[in-house]
Design a protein around this ligand. Sequence first.
Ligand SMILES: Cc1cc2nc3c(=O)[nH]c(=O)nc-3n(C[C@H](O)[C@H](O)[C@H](O)COP(=O)(O)OP(=O)(O)OC[C@H]3O[C@@H](n4cnc5c(N)ncnc54)[C@H](O)[C@@H]3O)c2cc1C
Length: 266
Amino acid sequence: MDKRISLRIDKIVEETSSVKTFCFSSPIDALPGQFIMLSDLRTGEKPFSISSSDSNGFSVTVKALGPFSSGMFAFKTGDFLSIRGPFGKPFDLRKGSILIAGGGVGVPPLFFLARELKKAGTEVVFINGAKNSDELIFKDLINELGINQIIMTDDGSSGKKGNAAEGLLNTLNESDFDAVYVAGPEGMLKKIADIKTDTYMELLIERYMKCAVGICGQCAVDPSGIRVCVEGPVFNQNMIRKLTEFGVYKRDAAGRKKYFEKAFSK
Ligand SMILES: Cc1cc2nc3c(=O)[nH]c(=O)nc-3n(C[C@H](O)[C@H](O)[C@H](O)COP(=O)(O)OP(=O)(O)OC[C@H]3O[C@@H](n4cnc5c(N)ncnc54)[C@H](O)[C@@H]3O)c2cc1C
């Protein structure tokens, strides 16, 4: 799909009070880790990871945060949204024994990845992290894949007590894996990227995007200027470690630095 098209919302799944999945019956040629640009043609246009895709259609999973994502919650089945994509470099699907760790809305694109890995006959362990049991998403869908799911909640209200980064470190200490794939809040990604391990690792990161096709430079990351929309959003651990702004700040729509500690402490 290389043009902007309008698609009817065919189904909306309420995952939690602040997370909804929007399903479209039109198939899209997408791979795990890729994203679409979604517009309501009023508030703006934002990138969202594809949370599943097959011959029946595709879906994206949205957390209500600011004006655009909260505005998405007013949409009903049968309404139309404007879509461009898919864009971005997908995960590099490795063979062997795979460990996946996700937190928050990082979990949906990893579910898509786990499903494709499972289809290819790969052995997958999935760490599903959330603040508490009410914010846990995709638990049943992951169970339906028939893979080993380890649930981690910050307050211990479901699964083991602790965050996805702690769960990943413990699991890596217990068993050997051929590759690790991670997505979630940047604080969690930073902790995981800093883990000293020789295991191949890929991380899906987010930056403010405008064009999504590598022209505008809005999502360029310091110090190399590598663009998240075309060279990413999936990067391997070696590349992530070279990004001096990773885990420290990101830029807003005007290009101003927003430090994670101050701006994203909630
Ligand atoms: C490649 C890519 C894939 C993405 N996939 C998804 C996805 O699958 N699902 C999804 O819900 N979102 C996803 N996003 C994020 C999404 O594009 C928007 O940035 C998000 O919905 C917020 O947009 P907004 O305009 O509603 O809020 P904004 O106006 O951008 O932000 C509103 C408020 O939320 C705070 N905020 C913004 N971002 C964060 C953050 N990361 N953590 C904590 N607070 C924050 C801001 O400080 C502000 O106070 C993705 C982004 C990228 C780059």
